[in-house]
Design a protein around this ligand. Structure first.
Ligand SMILES: [Fe+2]
Length: 464
């Protein structure tokens, strides 16, 4: 990629531009007061290309960088480190970018992909794992963030792992899946609380697809098969590796937790794309599945003349599906007209009935540029049917809002919403601790970070 092209790629500009320094900062400036009962570390992952991309760059392609904010007795500490993949080491030795991007691939001839580990960061069985869906996990040292290396469950996992495993709050199990353009297209895996991979089940699907996330209930695993199809035919024609084929519709696969491929029941609904469910739960004969639903997903925008409403369709809105296990069928209900992404619940409600949800959302000023920037946080009370919006101001993009409970026995929503917000006027970022019950009040604490944190993907809290 030439300098001119890099300059033009909006996903390498402003707060999408990589931050290439690694560092530590102690005793950060705090405005307000960090709650005494909040002790632990917030980890956030996101793409941060160490070298200027050689080809067309997509946001999903950059090297992972972990930003950690540790809170201890009212004080805050910051540290950031790259996920040091073998591919990144190779690039560092060469002094330039060497790998292909998955979404920007236009030729079938021997592409090379890097395990960027750039999407999510989770704590499981005492391990800190950086995840990206086209590769194995990468294990990091929780306190230093140094990279240990690829984690494959003692050589029991040989294929990619989703960036969105589900930790069952009661059993401590971790359920996850992996997808592939080659058979088996989909596999479900279960690991126990001690870290041992105990089950791997190939799951038959009607077509190979990009499956970013899934859902569980106490009794079920729920797969979301959208009409984004791996197509080597389209790739050979220079159209990219995924093809949007809405005539296929979307299929929701419900499987008993102990079941296998033959036990999956598939239910049809309208064509759409879902990166992220909010949560799912069983209610009588139904499985309720709340998702951030895109009406369509085209990675490359057609000309405005061909579809003037392209932007309106290619955003996600909170949506509820009720899957009727007894009579069949899916009831579909929009829950919000506004758009957003990165839905989260109180993780103690995972797979159980939730009342509250939180999402990064488009602020009142709208999103003229159409970039993946959300300048507000939206809180949903799904029992009362109310929505609250906390805006941060034009140009001040917010990260995925993360709910952290005040203590283990606290009620749902009794806790904090943690959110990283870019401050465009100061070209830096702040880490906000909001009172989850009063998200529009002054933040309980605003922690000023030593520099901006580029827009990224997912984060999680690990209590001390
Ligand atoms: Fe994701």
């Amino acid at each position: 990629m030439t300098d001119r092209e890099c300059e033009l790629n909006p996903l390498l500009k402003e707060n999408f531009a990589p931050w290439r320094m690694e560092g530590d900062a102690d005793d950060l400036e705090v405005i307000g007061e960090i709650p005494a009962d909040l002790n632990g570390t917030y980890y956030r992952n996101g793409p941060n290309p160490a070298f200027e991309p050689t080809g067309r760059y997509h946001w999903f392609d950059g090297d992972g960088m972990i930003h950690a904010i540790r809170i201890e007795d009212g004080r805050a500490f910051y540290r950031n480190r790259y996920v040091k993949s073998d591919g990144l080491a190779e690039e560092r030795a060469a002094g330039k970018a060497l790998f292909d991007g998955v979404l920007t691939l236009t030729a079938t001839e021997a592409p090379r992909f890097k395990n960027t580990g750039n999407t999510n960061i989770v704590s499981y069985a005492g391990k800190l794992l950086a995840l990206v869906e086209n590769a194995l996990p990468t294990e990091l040292v929780p306190c230093t963030l140094e990279t240990i290396g690829v984690y494959d469950f003692g050589r029991r996992l040989a294929s990619p792992m989703t960036a969105h495993p589900k930790m069952d709050p009661e059993t401590g199990e971790m359920l996850f899946f992996g997808y592939s353009p080659f058979p088996p297209y989909l596999q479900l895996h279960v690991a126990d609380a001690s870290g041992a991979l105990t089950r791997s089940e190939p799951i038959d699907v009607a077509w190979p697809s990009m499956i970013h996330d899934f859902a569980i209930t106490r009794e079920h695993v729920v797969f979301i098969l959208c009409p984004i199809v791996f197509s080597f035919e389209a790739l050979a024609k220079g159209k990219g590796v995924f093809s949007w084929e809405p005539e296929r519709g979307t299929r929701l696969g419900v499987m008993p937790r102990g079941g296998a491929s033959a036990d999956v029941r598939w239910f049809e609904t309208d064509a759409c794309y879902v990166f992220h469910p909010l949560n799912a739960y069983a209610a009588g004969d139904e499985v309720v599945l709340d998702v951030a639903r895109y009406q369509q997903l085209l990675f490359m925008a057609p000309s405005a003349a061909r579809d003037p409403d392209w932007r309106g369709k290619n955003v996600a809105r909170l949506h509820r599906w009720r899957i009727d296990l007894r009579r069949g069928g899916v009831r579909s209900e929009p829950l919000d007209e506004g758009d957003g992404e990165f839905p989260r619940i109180d993780e103690r409600r995972l797979g159980r009935k939730h009342r509250f949800g939180y999402m990064a959302a488009t602020g009142p000023e709208g999103n003229e540029a159409g970039l993946p920037v959300w300048t507000a946080v939206r809180k949903y009370d799904l029992e009362r049917g109310t929505i609250e919006t906390r805006p941060f101001g034009s140009g001040n993009g917010a990260s995925e809002p993360l709910f952290v409970t005040r203590h283990g026995d606290a009620e749902e929503d009794d806790g904090y919403v943690l959110v990283l917000v870019y401050d465009q006027s100061r070209n830096t970022s702040e880490f906000l601790i909001l009172d989850a019950r009063n998200i529009n009040d002054e933040p309980l604490a605003r922690i000023r970070l030593p520099h901006r944190v580029p827009y990224g993907f997912h984060g999680n809290w690990v209590a001390a």
